[in-house]
Each structure stands twice: as C-alpha cells, then as structure tokens.
Design a protein around this ligand. Structure first.
Ligand code: GLN
Length: 464
C-alpha cells in the first residue's frame, strides 16, 4: 500500500494536497520500524497515513503553512503521531493547510491553495493549469483531499472551529472532531488551546473508529487530557436504531444555507424516523452567538500563542531589521513571517486583552461560551442521545467565489454549524450523505455528549 500511495501522491501533485512527501528511504525506514515494533494484529500495520502540517513528525518539517516556520524541523513526534507509528502506520508526508489553521478553504498557505478533487472535470483542466476549482475546505484541506483521493488509510487534521469537519464535508469523507481531552494535543502546534483537538479524516466510519481508538487516551504531556476508560468505539454490525432519540435543532438553520442542504437534513431525519428512531425538535438558542464569541476568544488565545515566534528560538528570522535593536528584529521577523490574517488576529487579540477591554470583551465572551455549553447540557438532560445538523451551509464553493470574501467573512459563514461543538468540547462528526445536483458531496453532522464517540459511530455507520 505504501508504494501505491506514493505513486498516487505523485499523480495528484497538481492538487497541492501535500506540502512535504517523505523520501523513499524514509518510507522504507518506517516500514522496517513497523515490521519490528508493531504487533502483527495491528489494523494499521504498514498502512499509509497523512498528517496535517501543524503536527510535529520527526524527520519532516512542520511549517503550519507559514513562512514563520518554514525552516522548522521538530526534533520529536506529536503524541498522536507516536501512537500511530507504534501501531505500524507509515507517515507519507505533511498536508497543506491555511496558515496556522486560520481559514476555511486551504487557500491561505505559503504553499499556495489546495484543490478539491471533486468537480475538476468541469473546469477542463490539464494537470498543470486550472481555470477554476472547488475549494477543499479548511483548514485541514490537504488531509481531506489525501483521503478523498484514496491514497491513505486516513489522515490527521485539527479542529478548533470546524477545520476537520468542514473539509471532510466538502471532500465527501468522514471527519471526526473528538471530545476535547480524549486525544492529546502534545506536538500539535496550538491555535486556540482551549478548543483545539486533533481530528481524524477517513474514507469510512470503521476506519475512523480504528484511528480514534489508537489515538485516544490520557497523556502525561498534555494536562488537559482526561483519565477516562473508554472501551473500543468500533461500531457494531447490528445496525438497529430503534428508540435512539435524535434531536433536530432548529437553531442550526441559518441565513445562507442552501436548499439542498436543508432538504438533505430533513429527508435524512424522516428516513431515521421511519426506521425506528425517535426524532424530536430541540432548541440550542445560543448557537447563533458562537461565531461572535469565537471571534473574541480565538484572537485572544492566538495573541498569546503567537508570542513565541520572535525569530530567536526557531523558524524565520529577519535578516535586515530596520533598526539595530531587539524590538526591531522581533517586529520585522513577525511582519515578514506571518500573513495578514494571522497579524490581524494578533492585533485584535491584544486589543481585547487590554486592561481596559478585558472585562468588556474577553470575560463577556467566556460567559457566552458557558451559555453555549449549557445549551448542549440541556438537550442531553431532555434525554436526547445525538443531534443531527447540517455541517456546512453549502457544497464546496468555487475558488474564485470563495476568495471574494475576506477571511473573517469566510469563517463566520462557514463555521456556523461546526463552531459551537468546540465551545462545548463535545464530539462531532461530518458524514457524507449524497451528491448534490451539481455532483458535489453533501454532508451532515452528528453531535453527541462528551465521550459518546461510540454512539456517534453507530448512527453514522447506519447512515453510511
Ligand atoms: N475558521 C476557523 C478559523 O479560521 C477554523 C479554525 C480551525 O478549526 N482550525 O479560525
């Protein structure tokens, strides 16, 4: 599989899904390691995996799609990578992403945009030039394309506001944002520490569960991981949904949602009801505030996280600062190293965190976050097992249309249905349901209480 995967990666080079591909020597070394160290029963033994470029993998660069880290070669493996490698997986390379995970289209990367594999024939493109294409979603767009192209068993993404589920939805693959704290963030370069979770992209629900079971678990290197004895989450084959209580939250329907998305949502609920599930309308009234709340909390944590990039310790360093001072070196390095989106968020975050603004914005946003969390608690208390919602508002937009919006507008529209699960730390999965009339994948989202991954996989498998 590794040889075939490498050949396929070369075949889809024009889609720009990978920012780094392992050399044949490195792949062989990993195969030898897998043969010696992993158990013969491991379902991952010798299978190719792709990893988003914001995770540390020894022997490969980790650029986060940014000039700031273009010369950063991490000396260690992220915990999730270590676990996959110990289970015999072979890391094929690093996948393209929006700079530091800030985006929804994989259009803002120093490596250039990634192209969705769906709908390409429409644009009559040769392998080298394109008239246009559909965005793969983001920020884990490279990982989603790698899975959609069928060249790996699964791929690792990250999810802070929807960055795993959004590209999974646009590329027609399964995308899981696990319960916060069940998968270690050690070695994942942070965006918003209180919301980041390593995500999983896979071709089907079973493969997603296999990866989750290997990746999950307490880690002494991440103090936010929980000690929770979660058994295997592999879905059973029985597939009965009798009596499962599924909530349909009307608050997830919003302006700009395409009619085929709404139709697909309603039809799927009808089918589930006909086949024995209990469908119930529910309300999560604070959902509509999650984007505004996120647009305060995200920059605050970004401002603090990005302070480490000073040009002294690692990554890019300006060679010609305007003045001969340490401050000028910092300023020039950061000006050259970060794109305009990242710089904008650092600025906004520092503004929200000013002594005079802290109560007004940051503390206020934390209170709204609590209300969003309580909305979820309330529906579980009513006996709802899982929520069924749209994932993205439309199918994958065309690149030329997408980039007409600035990054802030992109996020506010695209993350509407996905963001609140990050606020609450609950697990959520994007599942392809069918193709739209224009031949693009249409997906829905399942959300459950903390630690309910197994139930989510069961229902997802039923719908698959
Ligand atoms: N659109 C969000 C952002 O730009 C997505 C973040 C994510 O999940 N990494 O911040």
């Amino acid at each position: 599989p590794v040889k075939e995967s490498l050949a396929s990666i070369r075949n889809i080079r024009h889609l720009n899904a990978f920012s780094f591909v392992a050399s044949e020597e490195l792949l062989e070394e990993q195969l030898r390691h897998a043969a010696i160290n992993s158990s013969a029963e491991s379902p991952l033994r010798g299978l190719p995996i792709a990893v988003k470029d914001n995770f540390c993998v020894q022997g490969m660069p980790a650029t986060c799609g940014s000039k700031m880290l273009s010369r950063f070669d991490p000396p260690y493996n992220a915990t999730v990578v270590e676990k996959l490698v110990n289970a015999g997986a072979v890391i094929m390379g690093k996948t393209n992403m929006d700079e530091f995970g800030m985006g929804n289209g994989t259009v803002d990367s120093i490596n250039g945009p990634t192209k969705n594999i769906w709908g390409l024939e429409k644009f009559r493109c040769s392998t080298t030039s394109f008239d246009d294409w559909h965005v793969p979603g983001g920020s884990s767009g490279g990982s989603a394309v790698a899975v959609a192209a069928g060249l790996c068993f699964g791929a690792i993404g990250s999810d802070t506001g929807g960055s795993t589920r959004n590209p999974a939805s646009y590329c027609g693959v399964v995308g899981l944002k696990p319960t916060y704290g069940t998968v270690s963030r050690h070695g994942l370069i942070p965006l918003v520490n209180s919301m980041d979770v390593p995500g999983i992209l896979a071709g089907n629900v079973d493969n997603c569960a296999v990866l989750y079971d290997i990746m999950k678990g307490w880690d002494s290197k991440d103090s936010t991981t929980v000690k929770f004895d979660m058994k295997s989450t592999t879905p059973s084959q029985s597939g009965s949904i009798k009596g499962v209580r599924i909530g349909i939250p009307k608050d997830f329907q919003c302006e700009g949602m395409a009619t085929d998305v709404i139709e697909c949502w309603k039809k799927t609920a009808d089918i589930l009801e006909r086949e024995g599930a209990q469908i119930q309308k529910v309300s999560l009234p604070h959902t509509k505030y999650s984007i505004v709340c996120y647009s305060v909390l995200n920059p605050c944590e970004v401002a603090s996280n990005m302070a480490r990039y000073d040009g002294l310790r690692y990554g890019h360093r300006a060679t010609k600062p305007r003045h001969n001072s340490t401050e000028a070196l910092y300023a020039q390095t950061r000006h050259e190293g970060f794109n305009v989106v990242v710089r904008g968020r650092i600025l906004a975050g520092n503004y929200f965190l000013l002594k005079s603004n802290y109560d007004k914005y940051f503390l206020q946003a934390l209170k709204v976050r609590r209300l969003i969390q309580q909305d979820f608690e309330n529906v579980w208390k009513q006996g709802i097992d899982l929520l069924l919602t749209p994932c993205t508002l439309t199918t994958a937009p065309k690149y030329t249309d997408f980039v007409k919006w600035d990054n802030r507008k992109q996020s506010s529209v695209q993350d509407y249905c996905t963001q609140s699960a990050n606020m609450a730390g609950v697990p959520a999965l994007s599942l392809p349901i069918k193709l739209s009339q224009d031949g693009l994948p249409l997906s829905l989202q399942l959300i459950g209480p903390r630690f309910s991954e197994k139930n989510i996989f069961e229902l997802a498998k039923y719908l698959e």
